[in-house]
Design a protein around this ligand. Structure first.
Ligand code: PNS
Length: 160
């Protein structure tokens, strides 16, 4: 039984994130999506909201579960018995930061990080840009799963 951990902020989850999860669900026996609870970082959605959105978006895969963590990712991976960390890689701009984190995590615990190249059509997608576009009234329906599009519209309607 090989399991992987897919960590991230997921504020909010995008179609790029779900593409990575789908690939992992087809390769690994067990996939744990790990939402970072980061009190220092101002997030649009609370930890619980991000987990709930991921549950809605990943319900079609029996081997995918959602959890959240604070503290070191490698400690959480050990707690969950995860064999591998998986991150999506969009472009060279992601490379330097991702390779640095993967090497630090390897140094800390020896855990392996694997990278999944995102679909080219999602190469420009990021949660930050999605939030910016949604906040300014732009169309985001093709960029995020339906439950996320609805949640974004509600969030920004509340703010206005
Ligand atoms: O979605 P993101 O912002 O790319 O996710 C980054 C994340 C959550 C994977 C990273 O910030 C992380 O691992 N945070 C936990 C704290 C930690 O372990 N830091 C040392 C990493 S080298």
């Amino acid at each position: 039984m090989i399991s992987c951990l897919v960590p991230g902020s997921f504020d909010p989850p995008t179609k790029g994130h779900l593409d990575v999860v789908e690939r992992c669900a087809g390769i690994f026996d067990r996939v744990i999506i790990a939402v970072v609870a980061n009190p220092a970082k101002q997030s649009l959605f609370t930890d619980d909201e991000r987990k709930e959105l991921l549950r809605d978006c990943a319900s079609q895969w029996d081997n995918v579960e959602i959890d959240s963590f604070s503290g070191l990712l490698v400690d959480f991976a050990a707690t969950k018995g995860a064999d591998v960390i998986v991150k999506g890689m969009r472009a060279m701009t992601d490379f330097e930061y991702e390779i640095q984190m993967s090497q630090m995590n390897r140094h800390l615990s020896g855990i392996v990080t694997m990278f999944v190249a995102t679909k080219p059509e999602y190469g420009y997608l990021s949660s930050s840009l999605v939030k910016q576009v949604a906040g300014l009234g732009g169309g985001i329906d093709s960029l995020v799963p339906e439950p996320v599009a609805l949640a974004l519209k509600e969030k920004f309607a509340d703010d206005s």
